[in-house]
Design a protein around this ligand. Sequence first.
Ligand code: ASP
Length: 355
Amino acid sequence: MTSAVSRRGFINTAGVAASVCAVGAGPRQAPARVISSGNGAAATERAYQLLLEGADTADAVVAGVGLVEDDPRDTSVGYGGLPNEHGIVELDAAVMHGPSHQCGAVASLQGFRHPAQVALKVMRRTDHVLLVGSGARKFARAHGFVEENLLTDHARRIWLRWKESLSKEDDWLSDEEQEDAAVRDFFLKNSVMTANGSLRFRRPTGTIHCSCLNAAGQMSCTTTTSGMAFKIPGRVGDSPIIGAGLYVDNEVGSCGSTGRGEANLQNQASFAAVELMRGGASPEEAGMEVLRRIAAKTVARLRDQEGRPDFQLSFYVMSKDGEYAGVSMFPGLKFAVTDEQGTRLEPCVALYEAR
Ligand code: ASP
């Protein structure tokens, strides 16, 4: 995808069109643009609206993803996110502010639904970049964030079903007859047919990344997630790690990611994409090159029968000029864009054909 406007997958222009009209007589707003992972259409729309109202770019993206952190239907982010293997929701998030090149992050944060807001506080109200675990929790409390149980009943049931089906040798027994339809659908949706005809559950991935550019050429980005479902407690993914799950250089561009975080940690993937753009690559070329590098370094254990990585990974990349792309290891993903043309979902360009 390039910055050429695609009408395909168009969702809703009404709100944004009204805002553009409202500022039509003022300074030119054309370059402003917000992109995110496919679960972020509400987030890009909100962030774009805030940019038009003159909000700081970091505030805009953090407020945008806050809508998704609040949404219990998204089991990969914030409230309602899938828990770790002990049934406890642990969130990771980071924010990076292009104009000041400052950043803040939290990892393994329990009990607060808006880790991106806590990360923003780390950036603005500490001399540090990353707070983890109980330290991050105490910091959030100190700043008046409200503590709550983030595990929804839906997420708990999914976790329990996963736990009960791990082994026939342990003491946890499942009751498939009593299982609710939503949980069954979730497992079916996240299962693949194996060569011997049985269904294999693939742990779902998710996360939201959001990058923005305002009319003054300022960029910021954020990534927020509940991380890999059923992870080992304390496991930290790429999302709160600057350079891995997100990176912005105000003079070059921004990149963020969703998917298998370990691959991004091993390859400093978001930093690499921005550096490739600094060297002249377009957002799409930069994202595809990072995917190729990751594919080349993937260990045998994580390759499919054709030698391809067996995981999904995607990048949302935008240059300082507003050119943008969504790229992914495999097809089927979309990403969200809001600009003067409205809000829409566009398909990610994939490195490989369908699995
Ligand atoms: N990147 C996230 C992580 O590894 C998960 C995801 O995007 O699905 O924690």
